[in-house]
Design a binder for this molecule. Structure first.
Ligand SMILES: Nc1ncnc2c1ncn2[C@@H]1O[C@H](COP(=O)(O)OP(=O)(O)OP(=O)(O)O)[C@@H](O)[C@H]1O
Ligand SMILES: [Mg+2]
Length: 270
């Protein structure tokens, strides 16, 4: 579990506090989305949890260890893969932070990580030849090769085209199935649909929490933050207004059709 207790933060150069008494926890296996306007402090939270930025006020626990001791359990991926790449060769990039391990262990980890992000056939490729979406998948693989328990994705698809986005959503779903715990900082509605819970950050404070099962009723809260409902959610809300209440778990089109069929069949049967 990740737990933040009364976390406040001010950069040296900032006048006001960027984070103001933040409290939340993320349970093992959960995906939690954090949304908020530009400058609301989302990335600062990610950096504090991953230990990149040093905590000054409050407490952060990673599995009962204080963040400074538990940070190796946390991997973080940023918005722009171009800013994270160090080497041109994918193998060099992925093995960079595995330096002290045996060669066979490094090999196993790289193979596992590349398979997990669907990029194993690119093992011998150069990063410059890849699309931005593929580069981002390599950045996710780099984190996975370190075998963290917790993964923070800081706007992982904001710069990626729609096809690349879908691929990364598939990876996020698979990571959840595999038991990873994920914090996804985002402003994209489709990413909120992947989350078990969404926290809305405003002016350094968490002002709302929306559980997945509350999404239909509370989606309007997201509109104030410039997040437009995904079509499927709008459709569900409209159906509900018209007396057709579908309870979706995954918010996929296939699930919608399936539930609709069940509903229609039951109505006919009655
Ligand atoms: N290294 C820094 N030094 C000083 N101020 C900073 C630093 N990093 C961020 N800030 C300021 O802290 C505030 C919160 O920044 P942060 O990057 O956490 O917000 P964010 O919600 O991630 O924004 P965005 O949506 O633009 O990514 C902003 O006002 C930002 O200008
Ligand atoms: Mg940010």
């Amino acid at each position: 579990m990740i737990k933040l207790k009364n976390v406040s933060f001010k950069y040296k150069s900032s006048e006001d506090k960027v984070l103001n008494n933040i409290n939340f926890s993320v349970k093992d296996g959960e995906i939690v989305a954090i949304v908020g306007k530009n400058g609301s402090g989302k990335s600062t939270i990610g950096k504090l949890i991953s230990g990149i930025t040093k905590l000054k006020e409050g407490e952060i626990y990673i599995d009962d260890l204080e963040v400074s001791k538990g940070k190796k359990e946390v991997g973080i991926v940023f918005q722009n893969p171009e800013n994270q790449i160090i080497f041109n060769n994918i193998y060099d990039e992925l093995s960079f932070s595995l330096k002290n391990m045996e060669k066979s262990e490094i090999e196993d980890r790289i193979n596992y990580a590349l398979k997990e992000v669907g990029m194993i056939e690119f093992k011998e490729s150069d990063l410059y030849s890849l699309s931005l979406g593929q580069k981002q998948r390599i950045m996710i693989a780099e984190v996975l090769a370190k075998k963290p328990k917790y993964i923070i994705l800081d706007e992982p698809t904001t710069m990626i085209d729609s096809q690349g986005k879908e691929k990364i959503y598939g990876i996020i779903k698979k990571l959840k199935e595999d038991g990873f715990t994920i914090i996804c900082i985002t402003n994209i509605a489709d990413e909120i649909l992947l989350a078990d819970r969404t926290l809305i950050l405003n002016d350094g404070k968490i002002i709302h929490e929306i559980k997945k099962e509350e999404l239909m009723d509370k989606a309007y809260l997201l509109k104030d933050f410039g997040i437009k409902n995904p079509t499927i959610l709008d459709l569900l809300i409209k159906l509900k207004e018209n007396g057709i209440n579908l309870d979706l778990k995954e918010f996929t089109v296939n699930e919608l059709v399936k539930e609709l069929k069940v509903k229609l069949y039951n109505e006919k049967a009655n």
